[in-house]
Each structure stands twice: as structure tokens, then as C-alpha cells.
Design a protein around this ligand. Structure first.
Ligand SMILES: [Fe+2]
Ligand SMILES: [Fe+2]
Length: 208
């Protein structure tokens, strides 16, 4: 997909109008992070990654009613488990809104990465992983676990004996571990997708 700078600028303007100032600042942080990682890991898809970053939280500020109405309209049934993980709702509705409001940039790669940016999924693509980890480590995140993963990732990318893919996988695995552990510590439900994502990464690492 070719994405011009003016198209990105237009997307930024639309997104700015739909998000709070803080969420928009986070979105721009994710955009900066995908550019930094994309240049090393997926140089041909940097613009497409920017699109995914700009749109990933497009429905994050919807009310539960708005999420539910949109899902109903698309005949998407949520499981009992999903309903108990409201933080995941925006990952389900964002792809629907992207297809409806931004069809010109709704590529399979963008839709997939946005759909799995919160919980992950089995066998994530490099594109999926870049958005997932950028959401976790963007420079506005000050939580110590995020800072730690950010430092580890950018240090690993400098190391000659670690491939960029290995550095990315290690960071995604660490972020999934942190998220799962924190959910367990709070006695919260852990999304099946997060477990599948983690297992798939471990298998990938064994393969080397
Ligand atoms: Fe999100
Ligand atoms: Fe986000």
C-alpha cells in the first residue's frame, strides 16, 4: 500500500478529533515507535505501520454501549469471557470502524495488527508484533515494566549478535509475561489470545 505524507496528515487530523488529548499523545508516541522499529524490521511497511499506529485506539473512548451496538450491527457475539475483559473491546471494534471510515487504508496487515494489539494472538506477524510492542513501550509510557522492556529492546537492537527479529520476539514475550502476571496477580481473567501468543513465541524461539 502506498501512503502519502498528506494521507498520514489527514489521518492524524481525524484521529485528533476523536480522541482525548492524552490518548492522542499516546497515539503519536506509538506512531514514533513503529517508525523506529519499522525502519529496522520492516522497512517496506513503515507507512502502513504508521497507519496502524494512528488508528489502533480509534474506538478506545467508546462507551460500552457504543462498542456493543457496533458489535451487534456486525452480528459479532462476545463470549462471556470477552464481556468480562472490557479493555479488549476496543481491539474488536477498531477494525470495524477502520473498514467503515478509512477503507482506503484498511489493509489486512493494518486490520490484523489493530485487532491483536491488546491481547496478542497465536502466530503474530512481524507487523503485528511491531504494533503490539510499540503500544507497550511508546515513550509516553512511564510504568517501570514498560520502561524496562523499552530499554531492553533498544539495547538488543544495537547488539551485533542478536538479530532484530530475536530482539523483537524477546520484547514481545516480556510484555506478554508482564501483562499476564499482572492480570493473575489481580485475579483477573487472562485472554486466551495472550496465552496463545505467548506459547507461539516460545515455540518460535525453540526453533531459533
Ligand atoms: Fe489499545
Ligand atoms: Fe494504545
Amino acid at each position: 500500500m502506498t501512503v502519502s505524507m498528506s494521507m498520514l496528515e489527514r489521518l492524524r487530523d481525524v484521529v485528533r478529533g476523536r480522541l482525548s488529548e492524552a490518548r492522542f499523545a499516546h497515539t503519536l508516541g506509538v506512531e514514533r515507535a513503529v517508525v523506529r522499529l519499522g525502519r529496522v524490521l520492516l522497512p517496506d511497511a513503515v507507512e502502513e505501520l504508521r497507519v496502524a499506529a494512528l488508528l489502533h485506539d480509534i474506538t478506545k473512548e467508546y462507551s460500552e454501549q457504543e462498542h456493543m451496538a457496533l458489535l451487534r450491527k456486525h452480528s459479532i457475539e462476545l463470549s462471556e469471557q470477552d464481556r468480562r475483559m472490557p479493555a479488549l473491546l476496543h481491539s474488536c471494534t477498531a477494525p470495524l470502524v477502520i473498514e467503515r471510515d478509512f477503507p482506503e487504508v484498511a489493509t489486512p496487515a493494518v486490520l490484523s495488527a489493530v485487532a491483536c494489539h491488546t491481547a496478542g494472538k497465536a502466530d503474530m506477524s512481524v507487523f503485528d508484533k511491531i504494533l503490539y510492542i510499540s503500544d507497550y513501550i511508546e515513550d509516553g509510557r512511564t510504568y517501570s515494566a514498560c520502561v524496562q522492556v523499552r530499554t531492553l529492546l533498544f539495547e538488543a537492537l544495537e547488539q551485533a549478535d542478536v538479530s532484530p527479529q530475536e530482539a523483537l520476539n524477546a520484547a514481545v514475550l516480556r510484555a506478554l509475561d508482564n501483562t499476564i502476571i499482572s492480570l493473575v496477580n489481580r485475579s483477573s481473567i487472562v485472554s486466551e489470545q495472550a496465552i496463545l501468543a505467548r506459547n507461539a513465541l516460545l515455540v518460535e524461539n525453540f526453533r531459533g
